[in-house]
Design a protein around this ligand. Structure first.
Ligand SMILES: NC(=O)c1ccc[n+]([C@@H]2O[C@H](COP(=O)([O-])OP(=O)(O)OC[C@H]3O[C@@H](n4cnc5c(N)ncnc54)[C@H](O)[C@@H]3O)[C@@H](O)[C@H]2O)c1
Length: 439
């Protein structure tokens, strides 16, 4: 049994701020309000609906996670954000067309009060958006970061918040690789003062949060906090961070199925994944530079789960292809097809077809909530600032310590998350060895 860690009680209000108030963010916000009113259930949220086994199986101790570990209660959550459009959360949610109008109208007065703050935006990073509600007149990117910090201080004060958390729900930015300017905090700060073009808006938000010691998660596949400089800053200030890219539809399926096939030593020759979706995210991803960011994020998953270097006969020739097609009639109702060419005993070939008719933002919204609540927990539990690998469970391209391969297998990720909670609470870690049941 580990020593119990002192966790500060989640007293007072927790402000959850999202850069980006589009489909995912407003589905999350409306969801929190609806659940709070008792109109809906928080399905898909581990923090709200999940249980955790404690001790031996014979002890029958399986509390809800939220009753086991001190998380901020939904009643104490205050919502806010930034967007390049002026629409309040009600208007943006109506535009996104994810949730029923009837439900949104029941929440209208509260949603209307959530008005986006002016965004830090650079059209070079999201060419398909014509933003009007943006911060202008600042000399450089450092000043923009300071403006974001001012926004947060003001939000905290006006809403009487005790703590803040930031979760990036903004559009996917174009693909860039980590470069010299992102390699140390000093170089990043210098670059911000000199308006270095490779410092994306999402990095400026991450910088502002980390600088203030505010936890930050990145739900999109662009780098944002996934650069050495921000990790360095977060370690210094104690800000917990987690990136990147919410693990929802197709990749969620992939990290459920692939570990299962591998567990049985079944081979895979090919995995073809294609999607159609018609929301604004789909429109942004229709631009090849933005799609590239998503593609890289989606492709890494199988490689790590299957470890072809250890199993060349099973996965050495795997052909993995991912496509996303913008198709407006479907809106947020994405359809993701997978064709998996597998092989079994003596190399005999078989196929698996998956057709997932999902709702993108319905799958992502609970992840925003869980990431925010767990990051706030990490902060109150005094966990080391920087990467929170135990939150990989929620992410398609989880950040990990340098030189460490990220874990993609969802069952390993869940085990890690729950063992982290047990560790924080001073409970026995669960190994599933279980020999003592037979003594
Ligand atoms: N829905 C899912 O299942 C899922 C899964 C993984 C990742 N994501 C990612 O989550 C993000 C949000 O998805 P969505 O469906 O809500 O998209 P969306 O287009 O509906 O919303 C994104 C919002 O971000 C705003 N925005 C863009 N740049 C900004 C900036 N610099 N500052 C502030 N606001 C900015 C846009 O104006 C827009 O309103 C996307 O990057 C998407 O790729 C979504």
């Amino acid at each position: 049994m580990s020593d119990k860690i002192t966790i500060q009680e989640p007293k007072g209000k927790l402000g959850i701020l999202t850069p980006g108030m589009g489909a995912v963010s407003t589905t999350f916000m409306a969801g929190v309000l609806s659940i709070r009113k008792g109109l809906s259930d928080p399905i898909g949220s581990l923090t709200q609906m999940g249980t955790i086994r404690l001790g031996k199986r014979t002890e029958n101790r399986n509390p809800l996670i939220k009753d086991f570990i001190p998380l901020a209660p939904l009643e104490n959550v205050v919502l806010g954000g930034w967007d390049v459009f002026e629409d309040n959360a009600y208007e943006a949610a109506m535009h996104a067309k994810v949730l029923d109008k009837d439900l949104l109208n029941e929440l209208k007065s509260e949603l209307e009060q959530i008005k986006p703050m002016k965004a830090v935006f650079d059209k070079n990073y999201v060419k398909r958006l014509e933003g009007t509600h943006i911060k202008t007149g600042y000399a450089n990117k450092m000043e923009l970061a300071e403006a974001l910090m001012d926004d947060m201080k003001k939000f905290k004060e006006e809403n009487g918040c005790d703590r803040l958390v930031m979760v990036w729900c903004g559009s996917t930015e174009i693909y860039i690789e980590e470069g010299e300017v992102h390699s140390t905090l000093e170089k990043l700060e210098e670059g911000m003062k000199n308006n270095h073009p490779d410092i994306a808006p999402s990095m400026i938000y991450a910088y502002a949060a980390a600088k203030m010691g505010i936890p930050y998660a990145n739900g999109a596949p662009n780098l944002s906090c996934d650069v050495d400089a921000i990790v360095e800053l977060a370690k210094q200030t104690g800000a917990p961070i987690a990136g990147k890219d919410f693990k929802t539809g197709q990749t969620l399926m992939k990290t459920i199925l692939a570990p299962g096939l591998k567990a049985r030593s079944l081979g895979i020759d090919g995995w073809f994944s294609t999607n159609i979706l018609g929301n604004r995210d789909g429109e942004v991803l229709d631009d090849p530079d933005n799609f590239k960011t998503k593609e890289v994020s989606k492709l890494g998953v199988l490689e790590q789960v299957l470890e072809p270097e250890l199993h060349p006969k099973l996965y050495g020739n795997l052909y993995h292809k991912v496509r996303i097609n913008y198709y407006p009639p479907r809106g947020d109702d994405k359809e993701g097809w997978d064709n998996i060419d597998i092989k079994g005993w003596l190399g005999y070939k078989m196929q698996i077809k998956v057709d997932f008719l999902c709702k993108d933002s319905i799958l992502a919204a609970p992840l925003v909530l869980d990431l925010a609540l767990f990051l706030d927990l990490a902060s109150r539990a005094g966990m080391k600032g920087g990467i929170q690998e135990w939150l990989s469970f929620y992410l398609k391209s989880p950040q990990a310590a340098k030189g460490l391969k990220p874990q993609h297998d969802i069952f390993v990720q869940l085990m890690k998350l729950k063992n982290t909670l047990r560790y924080l609470a001073g409970e026995d870690l669960i190994t599933n060895l279980g020999l003592d049941y037979y003594d």
